[in-house]
Design a protein around this ligand. Structure first.
Ligand code: MG
Length: 388
């Protein structure tokens, strides 16, 4: 009889949209995965449910009050549960040789330090936090290369690209360009003259994907696609001139590659994140997915159009910051993170997100820092500046 070797994983950001779907996949393959660790921000009740379902060895919760409540509750459990207090504790936990895969689903640049820690000890990191690559893609790719780890994208377009690229047989000089598709978000057909009146509730209503609030707003401004252009640049080492974005409202084709001989390979799938998450969690193997498949006879017409860079200036801004390089993508991303939270809280208008990002990028345009510690410090400085 064949013995199944379990993949042992931890999920950082386990109570968010990607984290809960990663646990759906664990439950779909109970004999194939073992959950070693979980971390959450504030959602204590959901974290407790996950602990009971998956009996991890360790957990972490960012919120201080929640951590104390968790400690009291953990003492009543019939199994031992280690509660991590500090970032240093997490770094130690990530260096456990028994750990195979780290699913990084913490929102925003809070994922920078733990991602670096996992790569430093040669882990395979499934990265859903694209902000990490935007802020420090050069550093992260270098860490992965030097320490034998790998970064696998938990992003539908990039997981799709990775699969399209297998047709190149590892020879990237055969690649002519890549195309990332964008749904266009909820305001694709709305008159830009009315963009000032957009409410958070309207912006959160994504036409195709069910996602967390931050990425939903980024999809409405097309900042998400801009971040993905930078993500693709670092992940696959592609020049910005060779990364194209096309609006494809049906969200069936996730990405395409065109080789130098003009042949185009497209990746199709339903708009369901469980497919790219499973792809990463089982990589390089493929396991039989239990999720509803794409019915090609039912998908209807597929359309593609160039994005409107005037109505959605953050996409243009992302290309400009990406090309400028240095710390500018970090500055753009940090400003965007704060401004999105301000928009969600009703403090600024939809248009003020892009205006604020542009102002911040101009303000910090001379600032370039190299090390991860300096990048983290600059990220904090930019966020403080934008908050004021
Ligand atoms: Mg995506």
């Amino acid at each position: 009889m064949q013995t199944i070797v379990k993949k042992r994983l931890c999920i950082l950001g386990s109570t968010g949209s990607i984290g809960t779907q990663a646990l759906d996949i664990v439950r779909a393959f109970p004999d194939h995965f073992e959950v070693i660790g979980l971390s959450a921000g504030t959602k204590l009740d959901l974290l407790k449910t996950q602990i009971l379902n998956h009996t991890p060895q360790w957990v972490m919760i960012r919120d201080n009050a929640a951590r104390e409540a968790l400690r009291t509750w953990a003492a009543t459990l019939p199994f031992s549960l280690h509660i991590l207090d500090t970032e240093a504790d997490l770094t130690t936990a990530l260096s456990d040789p028994a750990l195979d895969v780290v699913i990084m689903a913490i929102v925003g640049t809070a994922a920078l330090i733990p991602t670096a820690a996992a790569l430093l000890v040669g882990k395979t990191v499934g990265l859903a936090s694209k902000e990490v690559l935007v802020a420090a893609g050069d550093i992260m790719m270098d860490l992965a290369r030097r320490h034998g780890g790998s970064l696998l994208p938990i992003d539908s377009e990039h997981a799709a690209l990775q699969q399209c690229m297998t047709s190149l047989n590892g020879d990237s000089s055969q690649l002519s360009r890549v195309i990332l598709t964008a749904s266009g978000g909820p305001f694709r057909t709305r008159n830009p003259v009315t963009f000032a009146d957009i409410t958070p509730a309207e912006a959160l209503k994504h036409p195709r994907w069910q996602m967390g609030p931050k990425i939903s707003i980024d999809s409405a401004t097309l900042m998400n696609k801009g971040l993905e252009v930078i993500e693709a640049h670092y992940l696959f080492d592609i020049a910005y001139d060779n990364i194209e974005v096309l609006v494809h409202p049906q969200s069936i084709v996730h990405a395409m590659t065109e080789s130098i001989d003009g042949n185009i390979i497209a990746h199709l799938g339903p708009p369901d994140m469980r497919f790219p998450i499973q792809y990463v969690m089982t990589y390089p193997d493929k396991w039989i997915a239990p999720w509803p498949r794409l019915d090609i006879t039912q998908m209807g017409a597929l359309t593609f159009e160039p994005p409107d860079f005037e109505a959605f200036p953050l996409l243009k801004m992302a290309y400009a910051c990406g090309r400028a390089g240095g710390s500018l993508p970090l500055v753009m991303n940090a400003a965007n993170e704060v401004l999105v939270s301000h928009f969600l809280a009703g403090r600024i208008s939809f248009l003020e997100i892009a205006q604020g990002v542009e102002k911040t990028v101009v303000h910090f345009s001379g600032r370039h820092v190299q090390t991860l510690a300096d990048r983290v410090a600059l990220d904090i400085e930019v966020k403080r500046h934008v908050s004021q």
